[in-house]
Design a protein. Structure first.
Length: 92
């Protein structure tokens, strides 16, 4: 049995709830500084860009967790099989 078998789809999709939430206040200066920080990370430590992006996303949104998954092909192939892999994640 998988999680998809035990949780009904209406409980998984909360799009309507998200649309009812008030939009967050945008702080353009803070977002600009975050982008500059990520760009600097690309130059100094490119292997740490995705973890830094996740950290900044959490800070900007107040999220308690965030992550990036990347669709990866099997090594040495150009077609499937493939998988989504968590390349960066974080939680408070």
């Amino acid at each position: 049995m998988t999680l998809a078998d035990t949780v009904p789809p209406p409980d998984l999709y909360i799009t309507a709830e998200l649309e009812r939430r008030p939009p967050r206040r945008i702080d353009h200066q803070v977002e600009k500084l975050a982008l500059k920080d990520i760009a600097a990370q690309m130059l100094d430590h490119p292997e740490q860009v995705l973890p830094r992006l996740v950290e900044r996303a959490m800070q900007l949104t107040g999220a308690i967790s965030a992550g990036i998954s990347v669709f990866e092909l099997e090594r040495g192939t150009t077609t499937a099989p493939a998988a989504c892999a968590w390349t960066a994640s974080n939680r408070s």
